[in-house]
Design a protein around this ligand. Structure first.
Ligand SMILES: Cc1cc2nc3c(=O)[nH]c(=O)nc-3n(C[C@H](O)[C@H](O)[C@H](O)COP(=O)(O)OP(=O)(O)OC[C@H]3O[C@@H](n4cnc5c(N)ncnc54)[C@H](O)[C@@H]3O)c2cc1C
Length: 386
């Protein structure tokens, strides 16, 4: 599905697809088996991405990025979605929230992140606060001119490789007609800062080797210079820069679904039972028809949402619809791909059981399916006063 893409945009997608096939696929089975990405391999992927000019391609050219549009970046993520996340993590796409860096923060965080010298992780979720971000307990209080952070964040992806983390913590509370509402501030915290420790998180069925970590802050002292954006302005920073990240999840789902589909299509065209190709049975071929239809629908929905962002149009509902539909589509497609393969689909000779497991988290992170449905329905009903 190409949706009237320009030659250059098609070339971007083809270049990333080739990179994933050549530099990521050959290492996937090993990462899956060990649950680790060897540091030499991580560095190699990073270097090749830098050489290709795609590192931090989500950043504007004036800070050293490739200046891709939202649509072009969605194409990049779609192709990366085909590969193991543990490995494509090193095809660096730093959090674009770093664009909120001011003054010397740019030299310490933004530019090194864009150059691939320092990696980041983003920490919002806590054991007691997931969908309900404002329910966070992690807090910072003033002490002289400094801040003292206390609390725990969990499920933080990529923090094992991060040189610094972008952390959201409560810095106060406002009384509102709907009850008390936390004020949130964003901090940049370097690995090795006294009072900040990292430990291994949980073992997840999805995306082995792409680890989630637990972050502990125990009287962690930070100067004002570590505040990203305004004090108490965490929600503003979040809304400005994290608004579009759900498109990333949606496009990656599309890429992974196409890869699973290709396996199913091939198998249906090769495997014989009852003296003929199984693809000749409507019970199989109609599954393929449904799969490709859903994949194309998710692809259109996702690229259309990205295109709205490029055009400066409101896209909150459209992004939520894309994330919701693409992640649920991926679950159905990976399940059907296994069905087409019969018993072999469950064996790790094929990557299908991995795609099926990996698909599960997509309906949970970056806002669960229920939260996406909440966003979509509120956008529809709020203007009607309901
Ligand atoms: C592998 C992994 C990696 C992650 N990486 C990161 C990361 O890097 N950084 C980060 O900050 N977070 C990360 N997350 C956290 C992720 O965003 C949260 O898991 C997600 O937002 C859901 O929060 P929760 O798991 O606490 O579930 P909960 O919020 O406790 O939800 C439990 C259930 O209740 C439902 N529910 C909750 N509220 C509502 C509501 N209002 N209406 C209807 N249903 C509702 C949910 O949909 C869900 O079904 C990661 C999670 C995982 C699993």
């Amino acid at each position: 599905m190409q949706l009237g893409l320009s030659e250059e945009q098609e070339m971007i997608a083809a270049t990333v697809r080739r990179f994933v096939e050549q530099e990521i696929y050959p290492h996937e089975a090993e990462v899956e088996r060990t649950g680790e990405v060897p540091s030499e391999l991580a560095e190699q992927i990073k270097k090749k991405t830098l050489d290709l000019g795609f590192y931090a391609c989500n950043f504007p050219e004036d800070v050293g990025g490739a200046g891709l549009s939202h649509l072009e970046f969605a194409l990049v993520e779609r192709e990366l979605g085909r590969g193991s996340m543990a490995l494509t993590h090193f095809f660096g796409r730093p959090q674009n929230i770093l664009m909120a860096c001011e003054g010397e923060q740019k030299d310490r965080y933004l530019f090194p992140a864009v150059r691939g010298e320092r990696m980041d992780a983003l920490a919002m979720t806590e054991p007691g606060a997931g969908s309900d971000v404002r329910g966070m307990k992690c807090s910072a209080r003033r002490d002289g001119g400094d801040w003292i952070l206390n609390g725990t964040k969990h499920f933080i992806s990529g923090a094992d490789h991060a040189d610094f983390v972008i952390v959201f913590v409560a810095t106060g509370e406002d009384d509102t007609p709907k009850g008390p509402k936390k004020r949130i501030t964003t901090f940049l915290v370097d690995r090795g800062t006294p009072g900040f420790t990292l430990r291994e998180g949980y073992r997840s069925v999805s995306h082995r080797g792409y680890k989630n970590m637990v972050l502990e802050f125990d009287d962690c002292r930070l100067p004002d210079a570590q505040v990203l954006g305004e004090v108490d302005g965490g929600f503003a920073v979040m809304n400005e820069w994290l608004y579009a990240t759900r498109i990333t999840v949606a496009t990656m789902c599309v890429g992974r679904a196409r890869r699973a589909f290709d396996y199913a299509l091939d198998y249906a065209a090769q495997r014989e039972q009852f003296g003929q190709k199984i693809g000749k049975f409507q019970g199989v071929s109609f599954q393929l028809a449904d799969m490709i239809t859903e994949i194309d629908a998710a692809d259109y929905l996702t690229l259309a949402a990205a295109d709205r962002l490029d055009k400066g149009l409101p896209a909150n509902r459209e992004i939520a619809s894309a994330k919701l539909y693409a992640s649920e589509m991926l679950a159905r497609v990976t399940d059907a791909a296994i069905q087409v393969h019969g018993g072999m689909g469950l064996m790790d000779d094929y990557p299908l059981e991995r795609f099926w497991r990996d698909a599960r988290v997509e309906r949970i992170w970056d806002g669960t399916s229920e939260i996406q449905r909440h966003i979509i329905s509120r956008e529809l009903l709020r203007p009607l006063g309901a």
